[in-house]
Write a protein of this length. Structure first.
Length: 100
């Protein structure tokens, strides 16, 4: 929803600001990935240097999910982002004190 999109956008923009002066060798376009682990699923968004949303993905899992489900969800949401190989930064957010 809009709350998740705002959270991912905030993380991606923070990463963009932190790397605003850095240039990637061999690439003019920088992309930033934000990943959010929630209670019921994992979401990811990819933004360009201008803050425009390029792609987003999500995977649901149950409330009783554990490390295996979190790992599978992370792999799934990231591989759904076509621009993942151009990432200048990745930010990960979680809603609980669970160690991933």
């Amino acid at each position: 929803g809009s709350e998740t999109r705002f959270s991912l956008l905030a993380f991606a923009c923070a990463a963009r600001a932190a790397l605003s002066r850095r240039r990637m060798a061999g690439s003019d376009e920088k992309v930033f990935i934000g990943i959010d682990f929630g209670t019921s699923g994992c979401r990811a968004a990819c933004l360009n240097d201008a803050g425009e949303l390029l792609a987003e993905s999500s995977v649901a899992y149950g409330d009783d999910a554990g490390p295996q489900q979190w790992h599978e969800a992370l792999h799934s949401v990231v591989t759904q982002l076509p621009q993942r190989h151009s990432a200048a930064a990745i930010c990960i957010d979680g809603t609980s004190a669970t160690v991933m």
